[in-house]
Write a protein of this length. Structure first.
Length: 107
């Protein structure tokens, strides 16, 4: 897909994007729009999330964000505002909760 200026559109996932339990460590998701996606149990360790937009996520329960790069403070805060049930779910492999993985990003 290309925008009106002929440049490629950023990667976009629609409401139907189901990434549950996807293994994505180190992946580059620069400028991706993950609006409405289900990130439950996703392994995003050391992924590049520069410019990523998270809106209306279905779930982040058990997602591991340890050592992600480029996550803005605004997006981090948005993720940390999810319900405690989602934030306190451990990732199946790393056993780290979503909340703990996001707090490790603190400066």
């Amino acid at each position: 897909m290309h925008c009106a200026l002929g440049k490629p559109d950023p990667f976009t996932l629609t409401e139907q994007a189901d990434l549950r339990k996807a293994w994505l460590p180190g992946v580059s998701l620069r400028n991706a729009r993950l609006n409405g996606a289900n990130l439950a149990g996703v392994d995003l360790r050391a992924a590049d999330l520069t410019g990523v937009d998270f809106e209306h996520l279905e779930s982040i329960a058990g997602a591991d964000f340890t050592h992600v790069q480029g996550l803005s403070d605004e997006m981090r805060s948005r993720l940390l505002s999810q319900p405690a049930q989602k934030l306190d779910t451990p990732h199946a492999l790393t056993r780290r909760t979503t909340r703990a993985s996001l707090k490790r990003l603190s400066k």
